[in-house]
Write a protein that binds this ligand. Structure first.
Ligand SMILES: NC(=O)c1ccc[n+]([C@@H]2O[C@H](COP(=O)([O-])OP(=O)(O)OC[C@H]3O[C@@H](n4cnc5c(N)ncnc54)[C@H](O)[C@@H]3O)[C@@H](O)[C@H]2O)c1
Ligand SMILES: [Zn+2]
Length: 405
């Protein structure tokens, strides 16, 4: 399906001020949290964004009360932040447990998911028990799926601690685990009660993970908001230096754009697919190299450059835009040249992607139509099929063939 316009307008981008305080030292004192609303009728919820939210009990004042809560985290994030979350929510529950899962995408599987059910059943958790997902996208996706399934659904709260999970995975209700035959293939749409993006948690994130998150931030520009894209270009050094105000603006605007898309198409019948810009190529890179070799955000960064090149060859954007995006992705510390899996393998992997239908590969193209026929260029996106010959040209121009010889 292809779509070219949407009835609901996105609110204009409004950048914030710069405070310059170091991230870890911040409390909410001087800077009130910002709130972005996800508007989905009776499944609506707020996303709270700000530094020091984990140290402020008011952050959790609207979270559901119950006899029990279970904080699901992992062995990396748990020691850093779990006790602080326990302290802030313990007044709301008779019992608060913490479950630290092993760390890594390799554990986003059925066996690890069962550990969550084991703990819930072992402590006779009931249908009102609240799950808190404290960690990156792996913990968030797994905890959300466990919440969707345990007793046919218990409430859950997302407390994302990576940039990627704050700007993307914790928002919008996609939950899943991996199957040996495919990533995110077993899952559910299930919305959280609240999302808490504590920007101070990003102070401990490894640089490589920060860059991976920036890929998803950059993604929102070409698909929805070129004013934001300009802002990212100007503020990339501040973002990479973890300037709190720059991060606050980037997380807030990313969530606004995701909320705008998800509010129109919760279950990906149409426009939500634009959030997959760069992901068709990116998923092929991740799967082709073996999961974990490149981080998801790294594959998406490179995949966006490939998808922009495809958009250019389909006449939707000019070469200057492809160059601009390539420079930004590279400056964010992300790869811009794909691994040489061989064009046939790329095509095979892209045909097997969850988004493909009947063997046709669908791509997210930047620009709503060819420029020559009045297309508006970057800032909007469409999904479309592309001729295989053109995809092969793009692959030839985008992969590191020197690695083969
Ligand atoms: N549901 C969605 O809509 C959606 C969207 C995009 C991605 N995803 C999923 O998200 C996952 C990737 O998420 P991710 O990039 O957050 O990876 P991740 O959850 O694996 O986290 C990355 C690493 O950072 C560590 N970490 C997390 N927070 C930290 C902190 N504050 N300080 C120090 N270390 C910290 C983690 O332990 C892990 O080692 C993938 O499984 C992907 O499929 C889901
Ligand atoms: Zn992604």
């Amino acid at each position: 399906m292809t779509f070219t316009s949407t009835p609901i307008a996105l609110t204009p981008f409004q950048p914030g001020d710069t405070t310059g305080q170091p991230l870890a030292a911040q409390s909410t004192g001087g800077m009130p949290p910002q709130t972005v609303h996800i508007d989905l009728g009776d499944r609506s919820y707020p996303i709270l964004i700000g530094p020091g939210l984990l140290d402020d009990a008011a952050t959790f004042a609207a979270c559901p009360k119950a006899a029990q809560a279970l904080i699901v985290t992992n062995v990396t994030v748990g020691p850093l932040y779990a006790q602080r979350l326990v302290n802030k929510i313990s007044q709301r529950y008779k019992q608060v447990d913490v479950l630290a899962l092993p760390d890594g995408e390799a554990y986003k599987d059925q066996a690890t998911l069962n550990l969550i059910y084991d703990r819930l059943l072992g402590s006779t958790a009931d249908r009102k028990t609240v799950l808190y997902a404290l960690g990156g996208g792996v913990v968030g996706d797994m905890t959300g799926f466990a919440a969707a399934c345990y007793m046919r659904g218990v409430p859950f709260v997302q407390v994302p601690t990576t940039l990627l999970s704050q700007v993307d995975s914790s928002v919008g209700g996609k939950t899943a685990i991996n199957h040996p035959l495919g990533k995110n293939m077993i899952g559910a749409f299930y919305q959280p009660q609240q999302v808490v993006c504590d920007l101070s948690a990003l102070s401990t994130l490894p640089d490589r993970e920060l860059s991976a998150g920036l890929a998803e931030v950059i993604k929102y520009g070409p698909i929805a908001d070129m004013v934001f894209f300009d802002w990212i270009e100007t503020h990339l050094p501040a973002l990479m230096a973890r300037d709190p105000q720059a991060l606050a603006t980037a997380v807030r605007r990313s969530c606004e754009i995701k909320a705008w898309v998800v509010g129109q198409d919760e279950k990906e019948g149409g426009i939500r697919a634009i959030l997959n810009f760069g992901h068709t190529f990116g998923h092929a890179i991740e799967a082709g190299l073996g999961y974990g070799e490149w981080l998801h955000g790294e594959a998406v960064g490179c995949g966006m450059v490939m998808a922009a090149r495809l958009s250019q060859r389909m006449g939707h954007v000019d070469d200057a835009f492809v160059q601009r995006l390539t420079r930004l992705v590279q400056a964010a510390g992300l790869p811009v040249v794909g691994p040489d899996l061989g064009a046939d393998r790329y095509l095979q992997l892209m045909r097997g992607d969850k988004k493909s239908e009947g063997g046709d590969i669908k791509f997210v193209l930047i620009g709503d139509a060819p420029l020559a026929s009045g297309g508006q260029g970057p800032g909007v996106a469409v999904t479309a099929k592309a001729p295989e010959a053109v995809v092969r040209e793009v692959l030839a121009a985008s992969i590191d063939s020197s690695a083969r010889n």
